[in-house]
Write a protein that binds this ligand. Structure first.
Ligand code: PLP
Length: 386
């Protein structure tokens, strides 16, 4: 198995380690926030980029057929999902793509549904475009989350919802949705003519015993599903700014292409294409190594919390490398930020970033780092919450 190499990323202009002061107003924190990994990308990616850099000519890049083949093969082999080349459109990231889809497929004042806790840009892409956020929170029992179909149906019926943004697997709660759950959601969207946007950026970070089902692979309502994915979470390539918009329906494609002509961002940098192609072609062994570390870190942290902070509730991590922890019994009589920063010395994602007050005692911890950092974080939590 390819060796997974941990990098000391301090002073490398990386957001996670070098952007702490800007984000948290404090320097001496252990960073487990923004969703990237502290591991070197697969060796094949580094080699391919070095070769390209060595040539020293960086004129306009022509995307080769082999790029599309690499992605299409990956989807088929890993997810049993048959993607056609003509469905694929470029975006520099999944977040820009979310903004574009809201602009392209909804009108001002339209209602766009999400389910909190939700990745913060889900709010921004709706609100910043003058659309209305319609939130139907997930239902939570003892740290296990499900969609609230009855409430979703009631609101879809009453409020002319135009779009639902699904996160699959789900950041921050770590659920991998089952086929029957997705079918139920898709049926609701179909019944009320709601466009389903499936953010599947975490699709390859799936823990043992779970199976990722791309929404578009189910074969129902495919003319009203737009999927978004990327190699960025899978292979730690966020900086390569290369994401996929998948539009299986011709009419949706035409609408999107009209929109895209006006913003004219059709293609990214050669560096991004080369990194992504090589990762899909040669990165599987590396990914398996990283998944093993994530699983080990999760088991370590979960056992630690069960033993040392028994009143905390850890959500079962099925997918993503983001652990969602309810610390209410330990934080409810404290200043949350002061405790986590001044006493625990942690830079984590605060629960309220994902949907406000209801989540203010939750934290999201990024597990994609070396186990020593997770062990340190757990000790810090224990000491700081005492
Ligand atoms: C659900 C989800 N969507 C999108 C992104 C970011 O996408 P990008 O960097 O491609 O814009 C993240 C990153 O954490 C994420 O968790």
């Amino acid at each position: 198995m390819e060796k997974i190499i941990y990098q000391d990323r301090k002073k490398t202009n990386c957001e996670k380690w070098d952007g702490i002061f800007q984000k948290f107003g404090k320097e001496d924190l252990l960073p487990l926030w923004v969703a990237d990994m502290d591991f070197q990308a697969p060796e094949c990616v580094g080699k391919a980029l070095q070769e390209y850099a060595k040539k020293g000519v960086f004129g306009y890049y022509k995307v080769p057929e082999s790029f599309f083949e690499a992605f299409i093969n990956w989807e088929k082999e890993r997810h049993g999902y048959h993607v056609e080349k003509e469905w694929i459109r470029f975006a520099p990231g999944v977040v820009p793509a979310l903004f574009w889809l809201v602009q392209c497929f909804t009108e001002k004042e339209d209602s766009v549904m999400i389910s909190t806790p939700a990745y913060p840009p889900f709010f921004h892409c709706i609100e910043d475009n003058g659309r209305k956020v319609t939130d139907v929170p997930l239902k939570c029992t003892d740290g296990h989350y499900e969609m609230d179909y009855d409430k979703m149906e009631k609101i879809m019926r009453e409020e002319q919802v135009k779009m639902y943004i699904l996160c699959s697997p789900h950041n921050p709660i770590g659920r991998v949705w089952k086929e029957e759950e997705l079918r139920r959601l898709i049926s609701l969207c179909e019944k009320y003519h709601v466009l389903l946007v499936a953010d599947e950026i975490h699709q390859d970070i799936i823990l043992k015993g779970n199976r990722q089902i791309p929404a578009g692979s189910i074969g129902q309502y495919t003319d009203k599903i737009v999927a978004l994915t990327a190699a960025s979470k899978t292979f730690n390539l966020a900086d390569c700014q290369n994401a996929f918009i998948l539009l299986a329906d011709e009419k949706l494609r035409e609408e999107f292409d009209d929109f895209a002509e006006k913003i004219h961002v059709m293609q990214g940098s050669g560096f991004g294409y080369i990194a992504v192609q090589n990762a899909y072609e040669g990165g599987l062994d590396w990914l398996n190594g990283v998944l093993k570390i994530i699983e080990e870190n999760y088991v370590y942290a979960r056992h630690f919390i069960e033993r040392e902070l028994p009143e905390a509730v850890v959500s079962e991590l099925q997918g993503t490398y983001l652990m969602w922890i309810d610390l209410k019994p330990y934080l409810q009589d404290k200043d949350v930020v002061q405790t986590l920063q001044e006493k625990c010395h942690l830079a984590i994602d605060y629960g309220d970033w994902f949907g406000g007050e209801d989540w203010k005692y939750y934290i999201r911890v990024n597990l994609a780092t070396k186990t020593e950092n997770i062990a340190q974080a757990m000790e810090n939590l224990k000491r700081g919450l005492e």
